[in-house]
Design a protein around this ligand. Structure first.
Ligand SMILES: NC(=O)c1ccc[n+]([C@@H]2O[C@H](COP(=O)([O-])OP(=O)(O)OC[C@H]3O[C@@H](n4cnc5c(N)ncnc54)[C@H](O)[C@@H]3O)[C@@H](O)[C@H]2O)c1
Length: 333
């Protein structure tokens, strides 16, 4: 059993504690939170130790694996401390506040021979996993567009980053994951309506190396939560509803049956059948932590690397820059 600790037990970190407590492969060593009351409340709930200083948690409990779920501006310092203490580290997304910080974490993890994973949880959505399997089987043919809608109300607790770094990083990682392609150019329109310091609305595009287009429609200004993904290609369109973990396929009637195996030229698009695929549902965070633990126990690469986290962060930063400067930005991964 691996001894697990969580640094930062707010909205997200407390779920890491709950799952480490549930898994048969881990047992809780303790939690740290600068807010003593918050730390003690979670520690009591899961019968573990609470610290206000994460360095003390690391020294006294000697965990083998640590989740970092403090606000993004503190990721670097807390993750570095955990790596230097000999721990394998899972950092909540985004990996860090700057690419220099992200780079240092990747380098230190390599030098110290520790695993470093980034919590890009959307990859572990069972509907996204089912979609990925179907894309690998070639069920969509060539992919033309990946469109992500991530809309909802303003989360008052997020003060240190804007909506692009906080939310678009989810979709930027997912676009790379689903297509296996890297970005070559980004463009964004951004605005700041409610947030005191950063942008809270993004309409963005990402051009991938093979010509696939990623579209991002993301904000903190919509009074209902929408989490939707569509992937359009030769044979139709897949739709994922992240909130219900449902996967749908809208068939292009022009490309069914005999043309299934060899589409060299897309001759047309017309409405075909709509299929709702059965998806075996589970909690994405549990699958994420299991993936992290399996990589440690079997000494395999982690499912989402520090480099993946850094590319998502750099893409998000390029979108912020594009929005500020009003021009497209060339991107080299
Ligand atoms: N994967 C996801 O879907 C997802 C969702 C929400 C948040 N997150 C990420 O998780 C991280 C935390 O976000 P949150 O929404 O849980 O924030 P939060 O404010 O609810 O929780 C952060 C906690 O960290 C504590 N903290 C702050 N500074 C600390 C320090 N120096 N040492 C120890 N504790 C400290 C705070 O007291 C608080 O309890 C962020 O990086 C965020 O991007 C990811």
């Amino acid at each position: 059993m691996l001894k697990a600790a969580v640094i930062g037990v707010g909205a997200m970190g407390q779920h890491h504690v709950r799952i480490y407590n549930q898994l048969s492969s881990t047992r809780l060593a303790g939690v740290a939170d600068a807010d003593q009351e918050a730390g003690e409340r979670i520690a009591q709930l899961y019968h573990t130790a609470a610290f206000t200083d994460y360095r003390q948690l690391l020294e006294e409990t000697r965990p083998e694996i640590v989740t970092i779920a403090v606000p993004t501006r503190h990721h670097h310092q807390a993750a570095l401390a955990a790596l230097e203490a000999g721990c394998h580290v899972l950092i909540e997304k985004p990996i860090a506040a700057t690419k220099e910080e992200a780079q240092e974490l990747i380098e230190r993890a390599n030098i110290l021979g520790r695993k470093l994973m980034v919590g890009h949880i959307v990859r572990f959505d069972p509907a996204v996993q089912a979609l990925k399997a179907r894309l690998i089987m070639g069920e969509l043919g060539r992919i033309f567009e990946v469109r992500c809608r991530r809309l909802g109300p303003f989360p008052v607790r997020i003060q240190d980053v804007g909506v692009v770094i906080d939310l678009a990083t989810h979709d930027l990682d997912m676009i790379r994951y689903l297509t296996g392609q890297e970005a070559v150019r980004v463009y964004a329109e951004t605005e700041q309506r409610l947030h005191s310091a950063y942008e809270d609305i993004l309409v963005g595009s990402v051009r991938l190396a093979d010509g696939t287009i990623g579209v991002l429609d993301i904000n903190w200004l919509t009074p209902t939560k929408i989490r939707e993904l569509t992937v359009t290609g030769e044979r139709g369109m897949f739709l994922v509803d992240h909130l219900t973990q449902d996967l749908y396929f809208y068939e292009n009637a022009e490309t069914n049956d005999e043309s299934w195996s060899a589409i060299s030229l897309l001759r047309g698009v017309s409405e075909g059948r709509m299929i709702r695929y059965p998806v075996h549902k589970y909690e994405p965070l549990k699958a994420e932590l299991e993936g992290f633990i399996q990589a440690i126990l079997e000494d395999k690469p982690v499912p989402v690397s520090g480099e993946d986290g850094m590319i998502a962060l750099r893409l998000a930063q390029a979108l912020v820059q594009s929005g500020r400067e009003g021009k497209s930005i060339a991107f080299n991964s």
